[in-house]
Design a protein. Structure first.
Lengths: 560, 560
């Protein structure tokens, strides 16, 4: 008997999962909420773009979640912690942490503990939008090949935007930081006891998708380019990394200190860190032709294409990175900046309701037919990640009368996110990435049958659901099982491990042809709005409306 | 001492007002809610376009409101009912009533009492939108001069659309109706005891604004044109009227029956009936250069231009009718289909709140600066009456994020109606109707200081408020005082009567220059949306989006 542990760092909590390698059975699991901030997120009341996290929460959560999951697994008769053969970790990202020379986050030093800039810069922090726009502009002029791999637009959510913003707004923190480490690389390094940022094994997932890393141009962006952003950024390059790795390479082996804390065998391999959705894609059974959609507060879509094939640059797709998900494949990542978050906003902020109201509106909305409300919405309340890659877009609701009910609005918001999902699928196929199967994972995919049916009706595709409710942690455990290898009781390859350890749920959602026809008409109207307000249709002259409103808003706020 | 009575038929209730002619003092007032339907409106759960009223409510309300107002006035020491020298009536419109040969509403006959088509077709009934579009189309082809006076588009709220729709959906009612009388003409005829529809003195206000009446083409639309709509409509023309009158002509004198019921002197003159907002404009002191805005659930704007001047046809303005408001002037009417109704929809339907929430959101919204929310809305939840004249337009809200509060939305909706108001002012001035003063009346103008300040800031104009809270009833009383004449204790002219009987409140709202500058930027964006979705900007290709959604909605509803 052999087992691996997957550890999944989400936005509000960390989850550990103990998995049997032979069949994917989940023997123990435990979730630990981050104690700091608002549900684990440090906020700034004066700037709603800001979202940080306390690195101490990660360490606390690591010990508590793994020991609790092991305690649960130990109650199964054939399990013992001594049989654990590997550990994998996935996290949110891009979530870079400023660290000192010993790879210790600045925030753990009392001197910096209260400084928001010294914390982990959480993926959804949007404070760096000006820097992102500048990086896009400068790269377009001087390094167009950098942009080609990230959909032509560098995002405010990503590594360099955040570090540069830190330099601009908190130069003392920037100066104190010896290096910056992605959370996805930091946690495996902690388990491996790596005490030098230059020794941290960096995953190509974070590097390639967020840090403009590519073997084609010898790793990270060159110093000359970084100096064009700010001369102070250039020297940082040598204190980061030269090479990033796919999941064939171990992040290290479990160090004595953490082996003791967790009650696990010292020296077992630790998988390279990947982003949650990437390991989630593995845990959901990703393979060529399969699109994995992780549907939660936001959405992330993953596809892979054999590395033997030539893959075109796809405009508006967040990233195409070799080895980012599975070794031997290009990993393709797309996503929607807000999905569940939009429904939550409407129910909690606008209607001042709770889970009960979600259920009530869902029930009412389910009784409606497509198009019956006359409403149409754009799903941009948190900007548009794919295919417009523009954080300065905002939401839109159209068609309301004096009789429009809130259930109708609720349904229109669900439909808006489904139209956004369809735009992504169409863009992928347009550029040769064929999608023959869609597997969804995440809480919404499991619980919201109305949303799943609407997604099927709008996309015209069958929507399947991943077998595990903890697809990300399971994917991390799969990666650990492959790394440990067949002789230790793991697996010889990812395809073997996925076949044994992952599955699809029996329930699936099949498109209703009549509904699909109606939605085709409405989707055409969605695209009219999408293209006009997204700036695709230049003649519509509306592409600047949302941005100009944000500019006025910012100017007005400055007057305070 | 001389007094007149003004009677104001609103959407939910009727109000009577006893006024002293020498100084406009209001000695007695009483309001009677209509007992039938939902707040006086008969609805059809299956068709939210339908809005009818029970004519019996009007008769009941007439007796109860006048006698109660007189009872109150009688407590003043120098008043007696014998000193009342005239009565004026204003009503909503176009609100046509099918009547029999004796001028009795069909609905008062038990045979028809339960038939919705036999009731008064309330102004806001929108069931006739197909007929309205057909009238516009046929008139554009065969009688373009008909359209020139009503903003190029005939409305579903108007006389012929409603009668034709009755013919289409309730041919039995149409066949049973000897004639149709506007509520504004019906009530004075009741007081005068007129028992033949052909003897009813019709006001040029309703005739000119709603029934395509004009002396230029010899009265109502010709039979050939009506036959093009439907051959059955043509014979109705001779059972309607040949001439309509301005306020220099009396509707009649008080008949014995109603003199007894009300306790008033028999034979006193009854002013010609006008629409509420038109007499309201008089009660608010309208004169050339003054725009009177009646702000309530919807908005109506009135201006006048000397009949000696040449007035251009103004595209998108509901009507320009000689004598419609004041004799000797062109009356110009514009309006917004929903104002207070939009705020009520948001608070009551979306937020499920009440007056307390209105107050709370107003307080929060008042603390915000222009543009601070990043939101922008179109005020079309009930279509657009002016300047697009299109009931098949719908609402739009743009700029929402995951942090948008409901107070921000509330403020954006107020701003949207103010932008709509500005579009009307600009259109009038563009066509030579100069506006040097704006006087507002109605409940919202009196109570909602936030809205009034936003209107001032957005239009860049001082917003004044009419002195009377009952401007419509006061205007009816003014008209009665002029009709009664100076020798009876009334007045020699409208200008004399307005000078003595009407006033402006001391409070007024002056534009804040800084806010006006910001709003100028936002108004430019409003116009981008307005013109794109209103179909003005053909290249934007968005002018059909709302209409196509309504079409899909209607098709889907038919499938039930």
């Amino acid at each position: 008997m052999a087992f691996t542990i997957g550890i999944d760092y989400g936005t509000n909590s960390v989850r550990a999962l103990v998995v049997r390698c032979s069949n994917g059975e989940e023997l123990g699991t435990a979730v630990v909420d981050y104690p700091s901030g608002n549900k684990g997120v440090l906020l700034d009341p004066g700037d709603h773009h800001l979202a940080r996290q306390n690195p101490a929460d990660y360490l606390l959560g690591l010990e508590k979640s793994v020991t609790a999951a092991l305690a649960q697994a130990t109650q199964k008769k054939d399990f013992s912690a001594a049989q654990v053969i590997g550990i994998g970790v996935d996290t949110t990202g891009s979530s870079p942490i400023p660290v000192n020379e010993k790879n210790i986050p600045l925030a753990l030093d009392p001197k910096w503990a209260k400084n928001l800039a010294a914390q982990c810069w959480l993926w959804k922090d949007h404070t760096s939008h000006r820097e992102a726009a500048e990086i896009t502009r400068i790269a377009a002029e001087h390094r167009p090949h950098y942009l080609a791999k990230c959909g032509q637009t560098y995002s405010s959510e990503w590594f360099w935007s955040k570090i540069w913003h830190c330099l601009n707004v908190a130069p003392d923190v920037f100066a104190a930081a010896y290096s910056w480490v992605e959370l996805a690389d930091y946690m495996p390094a902690v388990l491996a006891g790596v005490a030098d940022p230059r020794q941290v094994k960096r995953g190509v997932c974070a590097a390639g998708h967020k840090a403009l890393y590519a073997p084609d141009w010898n790793g990270l962006p060159d110093e000359e380019f970084l100096a064009k952003l700010d001369p102070k950024l250039a020297p940082l390059r040598t204190r980061l990394y030269e090479k990033a790795h796919d999941a064939t390479v171990a992040a290290g082996t479990l160090c004595a200190e953490w082996a003791k804390k967790l009650g696990l065998p010292e020296g077992i391999p630790i998988a390279i860190g990947e982003f949650d959705v990437h390991y989630g894609a593995i845990g959901s059974g990703i393979q060529p032709g399969v699109l994995v959609k992780a549907i939660g507060t936001s959405t992330c879509d993953c596809a892979i294409v054999s590395a033997d094939k030539k893959v075109a640059d796809i405009p508006g797709i967040c990233g195409i990175v070799k080895g980012a998900i599975l070794p031997g494949y290009y990993g393709i990542e797309a996503g929607q900046s807000a999905v569940g978050d939009i429904f939550n906003w409407f129910v909690e902020v606008v209607c001042q309701g709770d889970a009960k109201l979600h259920a009530e509106l869902t029930r009412e909305a389910a009784a409606m037919k497509p198009g019956q409300s006359g409403l149409l919405a754009l799903d941009w309340n948190n900007g548009n990640r794919t295919i417009l890659v523009d954080p300065r877009l905002t939401g839109l609701l159209l068609g309301q009368t004096l009789h429009t009910s809130r259930a109708e609005i609720y349904r229109a918001l669900i439909e808006a996110t489904a139209f956004g999902a369809r735009a992504i699928i169409e863009r992928l196929e347009e550029y040769g990435v064929s999608i023959r199967q869609i597997v969804c994972c995440g809480g919404i995919a499991e619980k919201n049958a109305l949303l799943m049916q609407i997604y099927a009706d709008i996309t015209g595709r069958v929507m399947q659901v991943a077998g595990s409710s903890q697809a990300c942690a399971l994917g991390s455990a799969v990666s650990a099982a492959v790394l440990a290898g067949k002789e230790k009781g793991g697996h010889a390859s990812f395809s073997e491990a996925q076949a044994k350890m992952t599955r699809i749920k029996d329930v699936s959602y099949t498109p209703n042809a009549t509904n699909h026809d109606v939605y085709n008409q409405i989707y055409a109207l969605y695209r009219e709005l999408h293209d006009a307000f997204g700036g695709v249709t230049a003649s519509a002259n509306l592409g600047q409306v949302m941005k100009k409103l944000i500019k006025i808003q910012e100017d007005q706020k400055k007057k305070n």
